[in-house]
Design a protein around this ligand. Structure first.
Ligand SMILES: *Cc1c(COP(=O)(O)O)cnc(C)c1O
Length: 436
Protein backbone atom coordinates (compact mmCIF):
# COMPACT_ATOMS: atom_id res chain seq x y z
CA UNK A 1 0.00 0.00 0.00
CA UNK A 2 1.07 3.57 -0.36
CA UNK A 3 1.17 6.08 2.42
CA UNK A 4 1.55 9.29 0.51
CA UNK A 5 2.94 12.56 1.80
CA UNK A 6 -0.55 14.00 1.69
CA UNK A 7 -1.88 11.10 3.76
CA UNK A 8 0.93 11.51 6.25
CA UNK A 9 0.08 15.22 6.54
CA UNK A 10 -3.55 14.44 7.21
CA UNK A 11 -2.69 11.68 9.66
CA UNK A 12 -0.27 14.00 11.48
CA UNK A 13 -3.00 16.57 11.95
CA UNK A 14 -5.27 13.97 13.51
CA UNK A 15 -2.64 12.61 15.84
CA UNK A 16 1.07 13.16 15.77
CA UNK A 17 1.77 9.51 16.55
CA UNK A 18 0.06 7.99 13.51
CA UNK A 19 2.26 5.68 11.56
CA UNK A 20 1.43 3.85 8.41
CA UNK A 21 0.03 0.76 10.08
CA UNK A 22 -2.40 2.87 12.09
CA UNK A 23 -3.43 4.85 8.98
CA UNK A 24 -4.15 1.53 7.28
CA UNK A 25 -6.17 0.24 10.23
CA UNK A 26 -9.79 0.50 9.10
CA UNK A 27 -11.07 0.88 12.63
CA UNK A 28 -8.75 3.85 13.16
CA UNK A 29 -10.13 5.35 9.94
CA UNK A 30 -13.71 4.82 11.11
CA UNK A 31 -12.91 6.30 14.52
CA UNK A 32 -11.52 9.39 12.83
CA UNK A 33 -14.26 9.83 10.30
CA UNK A 34 -14.78 13.53 9.72
CA UNK A 35 -18.19 14.88 10.67
CA UNK A 36 -17.67 18.61 11.09
CA UNK A 37 -16.55 21.55 9.03
CA UNK A 38 -13.54 22.80 11.03
CA UNK A 39 -11.97 19.33 10.96
CA UNK A 40 -12.67 19.00 7.25
CA UNK A 41 -10.98 22.36 6.59
CA UNK A 42 -8.06 21.67 8.87
CA UNK A 43 -7.30 18.21 7.50
CA UNK A 44 -7.70 19.17 3.87
CA UNK A 45 -5.77 22.40 4.43
CA UNK A 46 -8.34 24.72 2.90
CA UNK A 47 -10.47 27.62 4.08
CA UNK A 48 -14.01 27.73 2.89
CA UNK A 49 -15.85 30.96 2.12
CA UNK A 50 -18.23 32.46 4.65
CA UNK A 51 -21.05 31.44 2.34
CA UNK A 52 -19.97 27.79 2.27
CA UNK A 53 -19.68 27.76 6.02
CA UNK A 54 -23.12 29.27 6.41
CA UNK A 55 -24.84 26.74 4.15
CA UNK A 56 -22.96 23.85 5.69
CA UNK A 57 -24.76 23.75 9.02
CA UNK A 58 -28.19 23.91 7.36
CA UNK A 59 -27.34 21.08 5.02
CA UNK A 60 -25.79 18.73 7.56
CA UNK A 61 -28.74 19.25 9.89
CA UNK A 62 -30.76 17.35 7.30
CA UNK A 63 -28.10 15.21 5.62
CA UNK A 64 -25.06 14.67 7.84
CA UNK A 65 -21.42 14.60 6.79
CA UNK A 66 -19.10 11.63 7.10
CA UNK A 67 -15.81 11.17 5.24
CA UNK A 68 -12.97 8.83 6.05
CA UNK A 69 -9.52 10.41 6.27
CA UNK A 70 -8.50 8.09 3.43
CA UNK A 71 -11.24 9.29 1.06
CA UNK A 72 -10.52 12.90 2.05
CA UNK A 73 -6.89 12.35 1.10
CA UNK A 74 -7.95 11.75 -2.52
CA UNK A 75 -9.26 15.32 -2.88
CA UNK A 76 -7.08 17.71 -4.85
CA UNK A 77 -6.96 20.55 -2.35
CA UNK A 78 -5.75 23.07 -4.94
CA UNK A 79 -8.80 22.55 -7.06
CA UNK A 80 -11.26 21.15 -4.56
CA UNK A 81 -14.42 22.87 -5.78
CA UNK A 82 -14.28 20.97 -9.06
CA UNK A 83 -12.93 17.77 -7.57
CA UNK A 84 -15.05 14.63 -8.16
CA UNK A 85 -14.17 13.16 -4.77
CA UNK A 86 -14.98 16.42 -3.01
CA UNK A 87 -18.34 16.65 -4.76
CA UNK A 88 -19.27 13.15 -3.62
CA UNK A 89 -18.21 13.86 -0.05
CA UNK A 90 -18.91 17.47 0.83
CA UNK A 91 -22.46 18.79 1.46
CA UNK A 92 -23.90 21.31 -0.95
CA UNK A 93 -26.76 23.70 -0.24
CA UNK A 94 -28.40 22.30 -3.39
CA UNK A 95 -29.25 19.22 -1.31
CA UNK A 96 -31.91 21.26 0.45
CA UNK A 97 -33.74 22.00 -2.78
CA UNK A 98 -36.71 19.70 -3.03
CA UNK A 99 -38.17 19.64 -6.51
CA UNK A 100 -41.78 18.76 -7.38
CA UNK A 101 -40.71 15.37 -8.73
CA UNK A 102 -38.44 14.37 -5.87
CA UNK A 103 -39.38 11.51 -3.58
CA UNK A 104 -38.40 10.71 -0.06
CA UNK A 105 -38.29 7.01 -0.84
CA UNK A 106 -37.90 7.09 -4.62
CA UNK A 107 -37.73 3.34 -5.06
CA UNK A 108 -40.61 2.62 -2.68
CA UNK A 109 -38.40 0.27 -0.73
CA UNK A 110 -40.53 0.53 2.37
CA UNK A 111 -43.65 -0.54 0.48
CA UNK A 112 -41.89 -3.65 -0.82
CA UNK A 113 -40.67 -4.67 2.62
CA UNK A 114 -42.34 -7.87 3.86
CA UNK A 115 -40.06 -8.12 6.91
CA UNK A 116 -37.79 -5.70 8.75
CA UNK A 117 -34.71 -4.97 6.68
CA UNK A 118 -35.93 -6.90 3.64
CA UNK A 119 -36.88 -5.43 0.26
CA UNK A 120 -38.49 -8.08 -1.92
CA UNK A 121 -39.14 -6.58 -5.33
CA UNK A 122 -38.03 -9.13 -7.89
CA UNK A 123 -39.35 -12.69 -8.01
CA UNK A 124 -36.21 -14.58 -7.00
CA UNK A 125 -34.02 -12.21 -5.01
CA UNK A 126 -34.11 -9.86 -2.05
CA UNK A 127 -32.19 -6.95 -0.60
CA UNK A 128 -31.25 -7.58 3.01
CA UNK A 129 -30.31 -4.41 4.90
CA UNK A 130 -27.90 -5.63 7.53
CA UNK A 131 -26.33 -2.32 8.49
CA UNK A 132 -27.50 1.27 8.67
CA UNK A 133 -23.98 2.62 8.93
CA UNK A 134 -21.50 3.73 6.31
CA UNK A 135 -17.91 4.80 6.73
CA UNK A 136 -18.66 7.67 4.41
CA UNK A 137 -21.93 9.34 3.45
CA UNK A 138 -22.13 9.71 -0.31
CA UNK A 139 -23.85 12.99 -1.11
CA UNK A 140 -25.72 11.21 -3.92
CA UNK A 141 -27.06 8.42 -1.70
CA UNK A 142 -30.48 7.15 -2.76
CA UNK A 143 -31.21 6.21 0.86
CA UNK A 144 -30.35 9.71 2.06
CA UNK A 145 -33.56 9.81 4.06
CA UNK A 146 -32.11 7.18 6.35
CA UNK A 147 -28.53 8.33 6.61
CA UNK A 148 -27.58 9.31 10.11
CA UNK A 149 -31.17 8.72 11.12
CA UNK A 150 -30.61 5.49 12.94
CA UNK A 151 -26.88 5.29 12.75
CA UNK A 152 -26.64 1.84 14.12
CA UNK A 153 -26.19 -1.79 13.37
CA UNK A 154 -29.63 -3.41 13.32
CA UNK A 155 -30.07 -5.58 16.38
CA UNK A 156 -29.75 -9.30 16.21
CA UNK A 157 -33.56 -9.66 16.44
CA UNK A 158 -33.97 -7.69 13.22
CA UNK A 159 -31.36 -9.79 11.45
CA UNK A 160 -33.06 -12.93 12.74
CA UNK A 161 -36.40 -11.67 11.42
CA UNK A 162 -34.87 -11.08 8.00
CA UNK A 163 -33.25 -14.51 8.01
CA UNK A 164 -36.57 -16.07 9.00
CA UNK A 165 -38.29 -14.39 6.04
CA UNK A 166 -35.67 -15.71 3.64
CA UNK A 167 -35.88 -19.16 5.20
CA UNK A 168 -39.65 -19.36 4.79
CA UNK A 169 -39.61 -17.92 1.25
CA UNK A 170 -38.25 -20.63 -1.05
CA UNK A 171 -38.39 -18.50 -4.22
CA UNK A 172 -35.47 -16.46 -2.88
CA UNK A 173 -32.36 -17.88 -4.53
CA UNK A 174 -30.20 -14.74 -4.38
CA UNK A 175 -29.67 -12.57 -1.30
CA UNK A 176 -28.06 -9.18 -1.63
CA UNK A 177 -26.59 -7.84 1.59
CA UNK A 178 -26.95 -4.10 1.57
CA UNK A 179 -27.30 -1.26 4.01
CA UNK A 180 -25.67 0.98 4.93
CA UNK A 181 -22.49 -0.83 4.23
CA UNK A 182 -22.47 -4.52 5.26
CA UNK A 183 -18.69 -4.37 5.64
CA UNK A 184 -19.13 -2.03 8.61
CA UNK A 185 -20.04 -5.17 10.51
CA UNK A 186 -17.33 -6.97 12.42
CA UNK A 187 -15.91 -10.07 10.74
CA UNK A 188 -17.43 -12.46 13.29
CA UNK A 189 -20.90 -11.00 12.93
CA UNK A 190 -20.69 -11.04 9.15
CA UNK A 191 -19.45 -14.61 9.32
CA UNK A 192 -22.48 -15.55 11.38
CA UNK A 193 -24.96 -13.89 8.96
CA UNK A 194 -23.30 -15.43 5.92
CA UNK A 195 -23.25 -18.84 7.63
CA UNK A 196 -26.96 -18.60 8.45
CA UNK A 197 -27.73 -17.71 4.83
CA UNK A 198 -25.52 -20.45 3.47
CA UNK A 199 -27.39 -22.97 5.60
CA UNK A 200 -30.65 -22.15 3.79
CA UNK A 201 -30.90 -24.71 0.99
CA UNK A 202 -32.70 -22.49 -1.55
CA UNK A 203 -30.21 -19.62 -1.23
CA UNK A 204 -27.92 -20.25 -4.16
CA UNK A 205 -26.03 -16.97 -4.33
CA UNK A 206 -25.06 -14.36 -1.78
CA UNK A 207 -24.03 -10.89 -2.86
CA UNK A 208 -22.52 -8.02 -0.92
CA UNK A 209 -23.00 -4.41 -1.96
CA UNK A 210 -20.26 -2.27 -0.43
CA UNK A 211 -18.39 0.93 -1.10
CA UNK A 212 -15.46 -0.05 1.12
CA UNK A 213 -12.98 -0.70 -1.72
CA UNK A 214 -13.58 2.92 -2.76
CA UNK A 215 -13.85 4.85 0.47
CA UNK A 216 -11.95 2.62 2.87
CA UNK A 217 -9.97 -0.08 1.05
CA UNK A 218 -8.10 -0.96 4.25
CA UNK A 219 -11.31 -2.69 5.37
CA UNK A 220 -10.51 -5.45 2.89
CA UNK A 221 -8.07 -7.29 5.11
CA UNK A 222 -6.84 -10.85 4.70
CA UNK A 223 -8.99 -11.74 7.71
CA UNK A 224 -12.13 -10.35 6.05
CA UNK A 225 -11.38 -12.14 2.82
CA UNK A 226 -10.86 -15.38 4.73
CA UNK A 227 -14.36 -15.00 6.15
CA UNK A 228 -15.96 -14.16 2.81
CA UNK A 229 -14.44 -17.04 0.92
CA UNK A 230 -15.86 -19.56 3.39
CA UNK A 231 -19.31 -18.79 2.02
CA UNK A 232 -18.98 -19.22 -1.73
CA UNK A 233 -20.64 -18.68 -4.13
CA UNK A 234 -20.36 -15.10 -2.97
CA UNK A 235 -20.28 -12.09 -5.27
CA UNK A 236 -19.35 -8.55 -4.40
CA UNK A 237 -20.48 -5.33 -6.04
CA UNK A 238 -18.76 -2.08 -5.33
CA UNK A 239 -19.31 1.53 -6.33
CA UNK A 240 -16.53 3.38 -8.14
CA UNK A 241 -17.73 6.53 -9.85
CA UNK A 242 -14.49 8.05 -11.10
CA UNK A 243 -11.10 6.71 -12.24
CA UNK A 244 -9.41 8.91 -9.62
CA UNK A 245 -10.86 6.59 -6.97
CA UNK A 246 -8.86 3.65 -8.29
CA UNK A 247 -5.78 4.15 -6.16
CA UNK A 248 -3.02 1.70 -5.32
CA UNK A 249 -4.81 0.85 -2.06
CA UNK A 250 -8.07 0.28 -3.91
CA UNK A 251 -6.31 -1.94 -6.46
CA UNK A 252 -4.83 -4.01 -3.68
CA UNK A 253 -8.21 -4.42 -2.03
CA UNK A 254 -9.74 -5.60 -5.30
CA UNK A 255 -6.88 -7.98 -5.96
CA UNK A 256 -7.30 -9.54 -2.53
CA UNK A 257 -11.00 -10.11 -3.18
CA UNK A 258 -10.48 -11.42 -6.70
CA UNK A 259 -7.71 -13.74 -5.54
CA UNK A 260 -10.20 -15.25 -3.11
CA UNK A 261 -12.38 -16.21 -6.07
CA UNK A 262 -14.97 -13.53 -5.43
CA UNK A 263 -16.47 -12.25 -8.69
CA UNK A 264 -16.40 -8.46 -8.56
CA UNK A 265 -18.87 -6.04 -10.09
CA UNK A 266 -19.20 -2.29 -10.05
CA UNK A 267 -22.22 0.00 -9.99
CA UNK A 268 -21.61 3.57 -11.08
CA UNK A 269 -24.06 6.41 -10.64
CA UNK A 270 -24.07 8.96 -13.42
CA UNK A 271 -23.50 12.27 -11.63
CA UNK A 272 -23.48 15.76 -13.10
CA UNK A 273 -20.14 17.45 -12.53
CA UNK A 274 -18.53 14.21 -11.37
CA UNK A 275 -18.50 11.69 -14.19
CA UNK A 276 -20.95 12.87 -16.87
CA UNK A 277 -18.39 12.50 -19.63
CA UNK A 278 -17.79 9.62 -22.07
CA UNK A 279 -14.03 9.83 -21.58
CA UNK A 280 -14.25 9.63 -17.78
CA UNK A 281 -16.59 6.65 -17.88
CA UNK A 282 -14.55 4.89 -20.54
CA UNK A 283 -11.39 5.34 -18.50
CA UNK A 284 -13.22 4.14 -15.41
CA UNK A 285 -14.59 0.94 -16.95
CA UNK A 286 -11.25 0.10 -18.54
CA UNK A 287 -9.45 0.55 -15.24
CA UNK A 288 -12.07 -1.59 -13.54
CA UNK A 289 -11.61 -4.55 -15.88
CA UNK A 290 -7.87 -4.17 -15.51
CA UNK A 291 -8.53 -4.86 -11.85
CA UNK A 292 -10.84 -7.82 -12.55
CA UNK A 293 -13.96 -5.83 -11.76
CA UNK A 294 -16.82 -6.18 -14.22
CA UNK A 295 -18.77 -2.95 -14.79
CA UNK A 296 -22.31 -4.03 -13.94
CA UNK A 297 -24.71 -1.09 -13.88
CA UNK A 298 -24.53 2.55 -14.83
CA UNK A 299 -27.40 4.17 -12.94
CA UNK A 300 -29.36 7.17 -13.96
CA UNK A 301 -29.34 9.30 -10.78
CA UNK A 302 -32.69 8.66 -9.13
CA UNK A 303 -35.38 10.98 -7.84
CA UNK A 304 -34.43 10.99 -4.16
CA UNK A 305 -34.79 14.33 -2.42
CA UNK A 306 -31.74 16.52 -2.50
CA UNK A 307 -30.15 15.02 -5.61
CA UNK A 308 -31.41 17.43 -8.27
CA UNK A 309 -28.00 19.04 -8.72
CA UNK A 310 -26.49 15.63 -9.53
CA UNK A 311 -29.02 14.63 -12.18
CA UNK A 312 -28.25 14.57 -15.88
CA UNK A 313 -30.69 14.13 -18.73
CA UNK A 314 -31.06 10.51 -19.85
CA UNK A 315 -29.50 11.61 -23.12
CA UNK A 316 -26.16 12.01 -21.36
CA UNK A 317 -26.26 8.35 -20.35
CA UNK A 318 -27.17 7.37 -23.92
CA UNK A 319 -24.27 9.40 -25.24
CA UNK A 320 -21.97 7.55 -22.85
CA UNK A 321 -23.36 4.15 -23.84
CA UNK A 322 -22.91 5.08 -27.49
CA UNK A 323 -19.25 5.81 -26.74
CA UNK A 324 -18.76 2.45 -25.02
CA UNK A 325 -20.64 -0.16 -27.06
CA UNK A 326 -18.34 -1.42 -29.79
CA UNK A 327 -15.61 1.01 -28.79
CA UNK A 328 -14.29 -1.05 -25.90
CA UNK A 329 -14.36 -4.62 -24.60
CA UNK A 330 -17.90 -5.93 -24.31
CA UNK A 331 -17.36 -6.95 -20.72
CA UNK A 332 -16.29 -3.40 -19.88
CA UNK A 333 -19.71 -2.08 -20.88
CA UNK A 334 -22.21 -1.77 -18.03
CA UNK A 335 -25.97 -1.87 -18.47
CA UNK A 336 -27.42 1.62 -18.24
CA UNK A 337 -30.52 1.52 -16.03
CA UNK A 338 -33.16 3.82 -14.67
CA UNK A 339 -34.44 2.64 -11.31
CA UNK A 340 -38.11 3.38 -11.81
CA UNK A 341 -39.84 5.47 -9.17
CA UNK A 342 -42.55 3.69 -7.27
CA UNK A 343 -40.74 0.37 -7.12
CA UNK A 344 -40.74 -0.46 -10.81
CA UNK A 345 -37.19 -1.68 -10.50
CA UNK A 346 -34.27 -1.25 -12.83
CA UNK A 347 -35.15 -0.60 -16.43
CA UNK A 348 -32.37 -0.91 -19.01
CA UNK A 349 -32.05 1.79 -21.63
CA UNK A 350 -29.66 1.99 -24.52
CA UNK A 351 -29.29 3.40 -27.98
CA UNK A 352 -31.26 1.67 -30.74
CA UNK A 353 -29.33 -0.72 -32.95
CA UNK A 354 -32.27 -2.43 -34.68
CA UNK A 355 -33.39 0.18 -37.20
CA UNK A 356 -35.85 -1.68 -39.37
CA UNK A 357 -37.36 -5.06 -40.00
CA UNK A 358 -39.09 -7.09 -42.70
CA UNK A 359 -40.59 -10.60 -42.50
CA UNK A 360 -37.29 -12.29 -43.18
CA UNK A 361 -34.63 -9.84 -42.22
CA UNK A 362 -33.61 -7.19 -39.76
CA UNK A 363 -31.74 -4.00 -40.56
CA UNK A 364 -29.12 -3.03 -38.01
CA UNK A 365 -26.58 -0.31 -37.52
CA UNK A 366 -23.29 -0.70 -35.71
CA UNK A 367 -21.26 1.72 -33.59
CA UNK A 368 -19.43 3.00 -36.69
CA UNK A 369 -22.64 3.91 -38.45
CA UNK A 370 -22.46 0.94 -40.82
CA UNK A 371 -25.98 -0.15 -41.79
CA UNK A 372 -26.28 -3.84 -42.36
CA UNK A 373 -28.82 -6.67 -42.56
CA UNK A 374 -29.26 -10.01 -40.95
CA UNK A 375 -31.14 -12.58 -43.00
CA UNK A 376 -33.43 -14.62 -40.79
CA UNK A 377 -34.03 -18.37 -41.32
CA UNK A 378 -36.87 -19.32 -43.71
CA UNK A 379 -37.56 -22.66 -42.15
CA UNK A 380 -37.51 -22.10 -38.42
CA UNK A 381 -40.01 -24.32 -36.65
CA UNK A 382 -40.81 -22.84 -33.29
CA UNK A 383 -41.74 -25.39 -30.66
CA UNK A 384 -45.17 -24.74 -29.25
CA UNK A 385 -44.59 -24.37 -25.53
CA UNK A 386 -47.33 -25.53 -23.23
CA UNK A 387 -44.84 -25.86 -20.40
CA UNK A 388 -44.97 -29.62 -20.58
CA UNK A 389 -41.20 -29.95 -20.45
CA UNK A 390 -41.36 -33.75 -20.12
CA UNK A 391 -43.01 -34.01 -23.53
CA UNK A 392 -40.90 -31.35 -25.23
CA UNK A 393 -38.59 -32.15 -28.13
CA UNK A 394 -35.92 -29.96 -26.59
CA UNK A 395 -35.39 -32.76 -24.10
CA UNK A 396 -34.72 -30.55 -21.18
CA UNK A 397 -34.16 -32.99 -18.33
CA UNK A 398 -32.98 -30.23 -16.08
CA UNK A 399 -32.63 -31.11 -12.48
CA UNK A 400 -33.89 -28.60 -10.01
CA UNK A 401 -35.70 -26.49 -12.56
CA UNK A 402 -38.88 -25.16 -11.14
CA UNK A 403 -41.86 -23.89 -12.99
CA UNK A 404 -42.52 -20.27 -12.41
CA UNK A 405 -45.51 -18.27 -13.55
CA UNK A 406 -45.06 -15.94 -16.49
CA UNK A 407 -44.90 -12.32 -15.41
CA UNK A 408 -45.81 -9.18 -17.34
CA UNK A 409 -44.65 -8.99 -20.95
CA UNK A 410 -43.55 -12.62 -20.77
CA UNK A 411 -47.27 -13.51 -20.52
CA UNK A 412 -48.01 -11.73 -23.78
CA UNK A 413 -45.23 -13.49 -25.59
CA UNK A 414 -45.66 -17.01 -24.29
CA UNK A 415 -47.83 -19.73 -25.87
CA UNK A 416 -49.03 -21.07 -22.56
CA UNK A 417 -50.57 -17.90 -21.17
CA UNK A 418 -53.75 -16.65 -22.77
CA UNK A 419 -53.26 -12.97 -21.98
CA UNK A 420 -53.29 -10.84 -25.12
CA UNK A 421 -53.05 -7.48 -23.42
CA UNK A 422 -52.15 -5.91 -20.11
CA UNK A 423 -54.43 -3.22 -18.78
CA UNK A 424 -53.80 -0.89 -15.85
CA UNK A 425 -55.89 -1.69 -12.83
CA UNK A 426 -57.57 1.70 -12.75
CA UNK A 427 -58.41 1.86 -16.45
CA UNK A 428 -61.70 3.79 -16.79
CA UNK A 429 -62.79 2.08 -19.97
CA UNK A 430 -62.48 -1.33 -18.30
CA UNK A 431 -64.36 -0.07 -15.27
CA UNK A 432 -67.19 1.05 -17.54
CA UNK A 433 -67.27 -2.33 -19.19
CA UNK A 434 -67.45 -4.12 -15.90
CA UNK A 435 -70.18 -1.83 -14.61
CA UNK A 436 -72.48 -2.62 -17.51
C1 LIG B 1 -31.12 -3.71 -7.54
C2 LIG B 1 -31.98 -4.53 -6.71
C3 LIG B 1 -31.87 -5.92 -6.70
C4 LIG B 1 -30.85 -6.66 -7.54
O1 LIG B 1 -31.13 -6.49 -8.89
P1 LIG B 1 -30.18 -7.17 -9.95
O2 LIG B 1 -30.65 -6.62 -11.26
O3 LIG B 1 -30.39 -8.64 -9.83
O4 LIG B 1 -28.78 -6.79 -9.63
C5 LIG B 1 -32.73 -6.63 -5.91
N1 LIG B 1 -33.66 -6.02 -5.17
C6 LIG B 1 -33.82 -4.68 -5.19
C7 LIG B 1 -34.87 -4.08 -4.34
C8 LIG B 1 -32.98 -3.89 -5.94
O5 LIG B 1 -33.12 -2.56 -5.94
Amino acid sequence: MVYSQKQQDIAGKIDRAVDRSLWEDWRWQVRHTIHDLPTFERLLGVEFSAETRAQFSHTVAKFPLAVTPYYLSLIDRDNYAADPVFKQAFPSSAELEVGPHDHEDPLDEEADSPAPGITHRYPDRVLFHVSNVCSMYCRHCTRKRKVGDVDSIPGKEQILAGLAYIRRTPVVRDVLLSGGDPLMLANDYLDWILGELRAIPHVQVIRIGTRMPVVLPYRVTEALVAVLKKHHPLWLNTHFNHPREITTSAREAMARLANAGIPLGNQTVLLAGVNDCPLIIRTLVQKLVENRVRPYYLYQCDLAEGLSHFRTPVGKGMEIMESLIGHTSGFAVPTYVIDAPGGGGKIPVMPTYLISQATNKVVLRNYEGVITTYQEPDNYQPAFCDRDCAGCKLDLHLEGTEEYPAIGIERLISDYDEAISLTPEDNDRMKRRNDE
